[in-house]
Write a protein that binds this ligand. Sequence first.
Ligand SMILES: Nc1ncnc2c1ncn2[C@@H]1O[C@H](COP(=O)(O)OP(=O)(O)OP(=O)(O)O)[C@@H](O)[C@H]1O
Length: 278
Amino acid sequence: MTDQENEPIVPPILPIRPIIELEEVGVTFTQPVIRSISLQILPGQTVAVIGESGCGKTVLLKSIVGLVKPTTGTVRFEGRDIHSLSEAELIRTRLRMGFLFQGAALFDSLNVFENIAFGVRSLGTLPEIEIRERVRRCLLDVGLPTTTESKMPSEISGGMKKRVGLARALALNPDVMLYDEPTTGLDPIMTDVINELILRTRKARPITSIIVTHEMRTVHKVADRVVMFYPLSRLRESDPQILYDGPADQLQNSSDVRIRQFIEGEAGDRMQELQAST
Ligand SMILES: Nc1ncnc2c1ncn2[C@@H]1O[C@H](COP(=O)(O)OP(=O)(O)OP(=O)(O)O)[C@@H](O)[C@H]1O
């Protein structure tokens, strides 16, 4: 036997392929909102997207899920441009992404059980008995008793609605969870409950998460990476719109005054601007 034959076979180390990739994405409505954003999100990452109101965070999430078509650039899911998928492929891809909307976006006319079962049922692959079992498990996963099933959305609190919205998204076993301000409007304890649920979800399954949030506690508790956007109206044409893209625990060390103002919650020159406009 030659030396070469004795050598152990070492598999090649393949670079990890991003699950979501934005390449020079721009979105313009009447005004440009997002300009030339490039991001690569790796499988299993938990990314917090922060930035002041109106800087385009929700538009970013919507362009990832295919609800907003970028004016320029490309959004890829597992390497495929999602805006060039056929209708059927787009639906299949969307089913792999859970979306927790700002107001939970439950169907008011359906009870909690039907709200959670809705997406699973539309897959058309599970018998009713398994749908019942999955709804129960998802409710328990978000810390709600099964007695919640029969309640209407109008009969439950804001925090419970968010948890039902999360259960509905998780019922589809998504590979990616997109959270749009999951804790806005909740008291500090319920905020922490939602943060814990996001963490628990990540521990329970290999999920990639993007969380748009204003809560710095959420950022520090759940995110391993932070991306900070800045409103285009405050930038010059040549300035990058992403002010920070890095580990959550390094954000507070930034010397950029715009980042410091945001994390410390200072109005800065916004007050002079308000006075000038009145
Ligand atoms: N469908 C649309 N048509 C026109 N303008 C839109 C549309 N969607 C969003 N916008 C505008 O794009 C800008 C960015 O909106 P977006 O909701 O992404 O902000 P945001 O950063 O998520 O803000 P907030 O933190 O307040 O939720 C806003 O000025 C908004 O009015």
